[in-house]
Design a protein around this ligand. Structure first.
Ligand code: ATP
Ligand code: MG
Length: 240
């Protein structure tokens, strides 16, 4: 039987909101406006996942699927230093791939499953999970097909989380265009409709505060109080 591992976000307040950190065996989704910290949290988790369990890490490797080209290896260096880890070793333990189409993204997941059966991974990042679907299926007439393919990919993510005791951290977009259509009717809503809403174990909504301050709220969790946590983006990653 696999037991849940909780991986620190770097912020005590955010960890407390999450019940100790982001969890393996489940999917954590973060959505929110641009620059709200979704990718910065991904960078911090790349490092904290490699910490020993005694330091609230996951003692494992990281897989990073990047659809937006926003992963910055040089950003990992000061974060590793903050946590007292060797930056070179940390970078060696991040398996990185850039995805260019939704099919490519799906195929990368298939390839990762093979890797994960050979080496101990504890985190899979998909940043962002939906961007390519929104590019590859543009017309309103394609929405049903898009949602079907999206569901297929999300079920792979669930399977990976459960089979390899991995935490999946995926980012999502909010809809900026308030034009017509079921999924773009409310500018504050996360993209992906019901399909994405049901895949995530926990949904986090990020927004900007003053300066480098950010606010995270648990979104739409019937069993949890809708608490908020305030955190900061620092050169050493996410922190209080
Ligand atoms: P998008 O929707 O555009 O992908 P995002 O939610 O992923 O946005 P991030 O890229 O995580 O946003 O956040 C970017 C913000 O993080 C920057 O605007 C800046 O405020 C902050 N930031 C980035 N690097 C550093 C750093 N080295 N030190 C402090 N703050 C930083
Ligand atoms: Mg980003």
């Amino acid at each position: 039987r696999k037991s849940v591992v909780r991986i620190t976000t770097g912020s005590q307040a955010l960890d407390e909101l999450l019940g100790g950190g982001i969890e393996t065996l489940s999917i954590t989704e973060a959505f929110g406006e641009f620059r709200s910290g979704k990718t910065q949290l991904a960078h911090t988790l790349c490092v904290s996942t490699q910490l020993p369990l005694s330091m609230r890490g996951g003692n494992g490797k990281v897989a990073y699927i990047d659809t937006e080209g926003t992963f910055r290896p040089d950003r990992i260096v000061p974060i590793a230093e903050r946590f007292g880890l060797d930056a070179g070793a940390v970078l060696d333990n991040i398996i990185y791939a850039r995805a260019y189409t939704y099919e490519h993204q799906y195929n990368l997941l298939l390839g990762l499953a093979a890797k994960m059966s050979e080496e101990p991974f504890r985190l899979l990042i998909v940043d962002s999970v939906i961007a390519l679907f929104r590019v590859d299926f543009t017309g309103r007439g394609e929405l049903a097909e898009r949602q079907q393919k999206l569901a297929q990919m999300l079920s792979r993510l669930t399977k990976i989380a459960e089979e390899f005791n991995v935490a999946v951290y995926m980012t999502n977009q909010v809809i900026a265009d308030p034009g017509g259509g079921v999924f773009i009717s409310d500018p504050k809503k996360p993209a992906g409709g019901h399909v994405l809403a049901h895949a995530a174990t926990i949904r986090l909504m990020f927004r900007k505060g003053k300066g480098e301050q950010r606010i995270c709220k648990v979104f739409d969790a019937p069993n949890l109080p809708e608490n908020e946590a305030v955190f900061q983006i620092t050169p050493g990653g996410i922190s209080d």
